[in-house]
Design a protein around this ligand. Structure first.
Ligand SMILES: NC(=O)c1ccc[n+]([C@@H]2O[C@H](COP(=O)([O-])OP(=O)(O)OC[C@H]3O[C@@H](n4cnc5c(N)ncnc54)[C@H](OP(=O)(O)O)[C@@H]3O)[C@@H](O)[C@H]2O)c1
Length: 251
């Protein structure tokens, strides 16, 4: 079993969906967890549940659209829980729209949350890990749409492709410092990001095209997350692992 005792993990977007599940799973395997997102009430509710399971955790208000938020988050986590050793860049948004109709604001918000914040958090963690000679691990949550494309979500696809490429760039630069950087590229998993879509006509048609005519649940990503965070996976670096029940092959 993956042993994450002594690890301190930051999970962005821990107020729901995949992030809440990632926080639970890391905590249940021994990690201390820093829960970061905007909806503080939800983080507090999750923190209460995790604390009842004897998982050490704390919640942190974090708005990825604020360029200064990343530095504040790393400083606050270090002060309240200790130096982070794992970073899960999970927070993400999708602002659907036809490519010729998306606004400048859509572009800037998508890139700020899906790319700039993970980049800045990664950079801040890596510089501390390099100075401390401690090593560390980063998992970026990209998407199967980092490699494939779908209509109506061009900004999302662009941001996730860049995130997957950033994963490899950072792995190459930081490998010599004992820092591993990998990505999970999930297929469709039912969460708030897409919940309403599956009950529309287009959603039902899309579901019927999928190999198992079903989308995933957040727990379907547990094993990939643990594999990438496990200190035993020391040779796994710069990888983008698709976990999608073969969905991307039929997109
Ligand atoms: N579900 C899927 O099918 C799927 C597939 C592939 C990839 N993904 C990726 O998986 C990740 C998690 O998605 P999900 O399905 O769990 O979506 P979700 O249920 O909509 O959760 C998104 C999370 O991101 C956080 N977030 C959004 N904007 C933020 C901001 N400005 N600052 C800080 N946090 C922010 C939200 O927290 P607050 O609103 O509280 O800030 C929330 O916790 C995303 O990166 C998504 O692109 C999901």
């Amino acid at each position: 079993m993956t042993d994450l005792k002594g690890q301190i993990a930051i999970v962005t977007g821990a107020s729901g969906g995949l992030g809440a599940r990632f926080a639970e799973v890391l905590g249940r395997h021994g990690a201390t967890v820093a829960l970061a997102a905007r909806r503080h009430d939800r983080l507090e509710a999750l923190a209460t549940t995790l604390t009842q399971e004897d998982i050490r955790c704390a919640s942190f208000s974090f708005d990825a659209e604020d360029p200064a938020a990343a530095e504040r988050l790393i400083d606050d986590v270090t002060q309240r829980l200790g130096q982070p050793t794992l970073l899960i860049n999970n927070a993400g948004i999708s602002l659907p729209g036809r490519a010729h109709e998306s606004s400048l604001d859509d572009y800037e918000r998508t890139m700020a949350v899906n790319l700039r914040a993970p980049w800045r958090l990664s950079q801040l963690c890596a510089s501390r890990w390099i100075a401390a000679k401690s090593g560390g691990a980063i998992v970026n949550v990209a998407s199967m749409l980092a490699e494939r494309v779908g209509p109506g979500v061009s900004l999302y696809c662009m941001s996730k492709a860049a995130l997957a490429h950033m994963t490899a760039c950072h792995a190459v630069e930081w490998a010599r410092h004992g820092i591993r950087v990998n990505a999970i590229c999930p297929g469709y998993v039912r969460t708030e990001i897409n919940d309403e879509f599956w009950d529309t006509n287009r959603g039902r048609a899309e579901l019927n095209r999928l190999p198992r005519r079903r989308v995933g649940a957040p727990q379907d990503l547990d094993s990939a997350l643990l594999f990438l965070c496990d200190p035993a996976s020391g040779f796994v670096n710069g990888a983008s692992i698709t976990v999608d029940d073969a969905q991307s092959w039929v997109l």
